[in-house]
Design a protein around this ligand. Structure first.
Ligand code: ZN
Length: 219
């Protein structure tokens, strides 16, 4: 374990919870940061609070309501339905600038608390087409953050090249399979663990879980 501090961008979902466990293995001190942008489901914030409390992780919740004010979308407004994007179109859940802003604020926090490492669960495989989840964007932002604060941040993306089944495998290797399965919230309808089973996030999570369970055995 490195004797260093890391900030984990944390939503209480499968991916960021897996990253939280990953970071706990890698670093001496881990701090979670959750962004409150008036998500449809306050359950998301509650879920993030419960997880960090249970794991004994320091947790910051930052107010990002400005994002909702600027860019209303399906994750923040009930009247906008959640749907996949058509050909060459982004899904209605895309929030322009979200990861740019979140990671920049995580960088400010990291700088303030003397943390060099920032961990985020973004992923280029299986992703919904969000441009701010791509590896090239993260690398570019890493350089920009370093230049902006004259500080040597390292942005870690342990899930970047994993599909959902491999993310379940990683959670399992970290000894966190049951925890992630039972306590995280991925569902767009705000239902914890296995979720509603109908929304795009649930379908992706379930597909990955089934694929992984076939390899792993057991239910
Ligand atoms: Zn769902």
């Amino acid at each position: 374990m490195k004797k260093e501090k890391a900030i984990v961008v944390f939503s209480g979902g499968q991916d960021s919870t897996t990253c939280l466990f990953w970071a706990m293995k890698q670093f001496e001190e881990v701090i979670a940061v959750t962004f409150d942008y008036n998500q449809r489901h306050k359950t998301e914030i509650e879920c993030a609070k419960n997880i960090t409390k249970e794991l004994g992780i320091k947790h910051h919740i930052l107010d990002m309501s400005l994002l909702n004010q600027l860019a209303p979308n399906a994750l923040t407004r009930d009247e906008i339905p959640v749907k996949d994007g058509g050909e060459g179109e982004l899904p209605s859940t895309f929030v322009p600038g979200r990861n740019l802003l979140f990671l920049s604020f995580a960088g400010v926090l990291a700088n303030q608390v003397g943390a060099k490492h920032i961990v985020t669960g973004v992923c280029e495989t299986d992703f919904s087409g969000y441009p701010d989840c791509r590896d090239v964007f993260i690398k570019s932002l890493n350089v920009t953050l370093n230049l902006s604060m004259d500080y040597q941040f390292v942005i870690h993306t342990p899930l970047m090249w994993l599909n959902k089944a491999e993310t379940w495998k990683l959670a399992d290797e970290l000894g966190a399979f049951d925890f992630v399965r039972e306590k995280t919230l991925t569902c767009y309808n705000g239902i914890i663990a296995d979720g509603c089973g109908e929304c795009p996030a649930c379908k992706l999570r379930k597909k990955g879980l089934e694929e992984y369970l076939k390899v792993r055995g057991g239910l």
